[in-house]
Design a protein around this ligand. Structure first.
Ligand SMILES: CC(=O)N[C@H]1[C@@H](OP(=O)(O)OP(=O)(O)OC[C@H]2O[C@@H](n3ccc(=O)[nH]c3=O)[C@H](O)[C@@H]2O)O[C@H](CO)[C@@H](O)[C@@H]1O[C@H](C)C(=O)N[C@@H](C)C(=O)N[C@H](CCC(=O)O)C(=O)O
Ligand SMILES: Nc1ncnc2c1ncn2[C@@H]1O[C@H](COP(=O)(O)OP(=O)(O)OP(=O)(O)O)[C@@H](O)[C@H]1O
Ligand SMILES: N[C@H](CCC[C@H](N)C(=O)O)C(=O)O
Ligand SMILES: [Mg+2]
Length: 487
């Protein structure tokens, strides 16, 4: 419950029409959730314009409408608040409505193309292990201590986000760790959130469908650092060539981590095997259970963030060295016939290349690598040929298949992927549209000691086709295929 007048204090000169101070019991950006006592935000979206639903929201009895343009019909019993940017206003108003929970937490946000889920999950596990009450907002799931709340987005919309942060505060959390996606930054989902720290992992090809160009994508990520306060810290991976751009206009205290360049948090890779990673970190040799060079970066980011939050370095390292990764990130099963199946969420060219490089580094020369990969529908189409090329180039066999075709024709996505496979690699490539059949085919082709990589879906437990999510779990299907074919 909140009085409108109190909420409006966070907005600069809003234009008001109608009752000046109604009481609001809830906020929404979706007319389908409107009702008496609710404040409705008309947001201009990618598909539709929330302004077209103001009449419907009013019909359902909302008390206030926040909009950029007044509708023709403005009934006298409803308050209309006109603002220059409704999504931005929603961020500020939602924060105020929920009592500014981020100001009561030590909150660290992680942005970057790859590694966000891994870093925030490790931070959450670390802080739980160190004895703190802590919250998590991630692609895989949200968590308040050990209570799991399903996640629909990598970063929730501003109202859901502030509501979750408020629940964390109520549960006694002192810390929270969240992913900050580029979509969220552009759509003001984190406007009104006060961050204690921000981490930049890396930036590479993804989401060009949404941002248009790589430059716009970089600008979106940079917004995160531009809006930090001067008491916050900004921690960036200085081995990534865009790291300094992120820091260019930030008021926050600047820190770096790196494996190659000089940095505030620096490590050297000593060993990288299927058993884990050995790093020299600030003069100490430490062993970790995570696999792959890219995870050395994630571990360094987590170590740096925890240090900047004031934790004891030795305690952090002791805990970190026992932690395992987030679900569906380099998750592996070994069959009775000694075939290794790896499930990994690599769904960008860079991630796929990294994960295949890791497999190259840890395999013996006689072990064949069979990769199964698809690309999502209604998502960046330009990464399709690139990912297929990488998979074919870096594997002995590749099976192109479907990964959430959504509203697109799965065959058309496969055609676009196939077009990227070089002529010299064509003999290695197969297309099997049905993902279950694709996995089964890989198991049929594999011999003892071979490695099957199933990329792209990681923790996901569904295959989304035309708005319907049918149950599908890569790891489970892999295990079923092993059992069925007794391999
Ligand atoms: C492209 C994109 O980001 N879309 C997000 C956006 O929806 P939209 O702009 O398409 O909304 P819209 O359908 O055009 O509708 C505009 C407005 O009208 C309202 N509306 C609509 C219909 C109606 O009857 N009544 C009504 O009031 C809608 O509630 C909305 O406020 O705003 C919605 C509310 O926040 C999001 O749910 C939706 O996420 C869609 C489902 C999505 O798939 N997003 C993905 C791409 C995404 O956000 N991914 C990132 C992670 C990417 C990564 O991993 O790097 C994420 O943070 O999850
Ligand atoms: N630091 C990293 N650098 C490059 N690739 C990475 C890194 N960390 C993880 N990966 C690869 O990217 C995949 C996705 O990792 P993760 O889920 O942590 O990223 P994310 O940024 O949360 O992705 P999303 O954008 O979907 O939320 C992993 O399965 C792995 O293959
Ligand atoms: N957060 C990413 C996940 C992609 C995962 C892949 N399985 C797909 O569906 O494309 C997105 O929404 O673009
Ligand atoms: Mg994620």
């Amino acid at each position: 419950m909140a009085q409108l007048e109190n909420l409006l204090q966070v907005l600069q000169s809003p234009q008001l029409l109608g009752p000046t101070n109604p009481e609001l019991s809830a906020l929404t950006m979706d007319s389908r959730q409107a009702g008496p006592g609710v404040g409705f935000f008309a947001i201009r979206g990618t598909l539709r314009d929330g302004h077209d639903f103001i009449a419907s929201a009013v019909e359902q009895g909302v008390s206030a409408v926040f909009c950029e343009e007044l509708p023709q019909n403005t009934p006298a019993h409803v308050t209309f608040v006109q603002v220059p940017n409704a999504a931005e206003a929603m961020g500020h108003v939602a924060a105020e409505f929920y009592g500014n929970p981020s100001k009561k937490l030590k909150l660290v946000g992680v942005t970057g193309t790859n590694g966000k889920t891994t870093c925030v999950t490790l931070l959450h596990k670390l802080y739980r292990d160190l004895g703190y009450n802590a919250g998590l907002l991630s692609t895989v799931q949200n968590q308040i201590n050990e209570t799991v709340i399903p996640a629909s987005h990598t970063t929730p919309d501003a109202i859901t986000l502030q509501g979750l942060l408020a629940q964390m505060v109520k549960a006694g959390c002192t810390h929270a760790f969240m992913e900050v996606s580029s979509h969220a930054l552009v759509q003001h989902r984190v406007t009104g959130v006060q961050f204690t720290g921000a981490v930049f992992t890396n930036i590479s090809h993804d989401h060009l469908d949404y941002h248009g160009t790589f430059d716009e994508y970089i600008k979106a990520k940079k917004l995160f650092f531009d809006h930090l306060g001067k008491k916050a810290f900004a921690l960036v991976n200085s081995d990534d060539k865009r790291a300094m751009v992120m820091l260019q206009n930030t008021k926050a205290a600047k820190y770096t981590y790196a494996l190659r360049k000089e940095a505030d948090f620096k490590a050297r890779l000593l060993d990288n095997s299927i058993q884990g990673l050995q790093l020299e970190l600030e003069g100490q040799e430490v062993w970790f259970r995570l696999i792959g060079t890219f995870n050395a970066y994630n571990l360094l980011a987590v170590y740096g963030a925890a240090t900047l939050l004031g934790e004891d370095k030795q305690e952090v390292l002791a805990s970190l060295s026992s932690l395992t990764s987030a679900a569906g990130r380099f998750d592996y099963v070994v069959s009775a016939g000694q075939i290794t199946g790896i499930v990994d969420y690599a769904h960008t060219p860079d991630a796929l290349e990294n994960v295949l490089q890791t497999i190259q580094q840890i395999r013996r020369p006689d072990q064949k690598v069979i990769t199964i990969v698809g690309c999502g529908g209604n998502r960046d189409a330009t990464k399709r040929p690139v990912m297929a090329d990488i998979a074919a180039k870096m594997s002995d066999r590749v099976i192109l298949t479907s990964d959430n075709p959504r509203d697109e024709d799965p065959q058309e996505i496969l055609n676009q992927m196939q077009a990227g496979v070089k002529a010299t690699d064509l003999k290695k490539a197969l297309s099997v549209i049905d993902r279950r059949e694709a996995i089964k085919t890989a198991v049929l082709l594999a011999e003892a000691d071979d490695i099957i990589l199933v990329a792209g879906k990681g923790h996901e437990t569904y295959q989304e086709v035309k708005g319907v999510r049918a149950p599908f779990d890569d790891k489970q299907v892999l295990q079923e295929s092993f059992a069925l074919l007794q391999k």
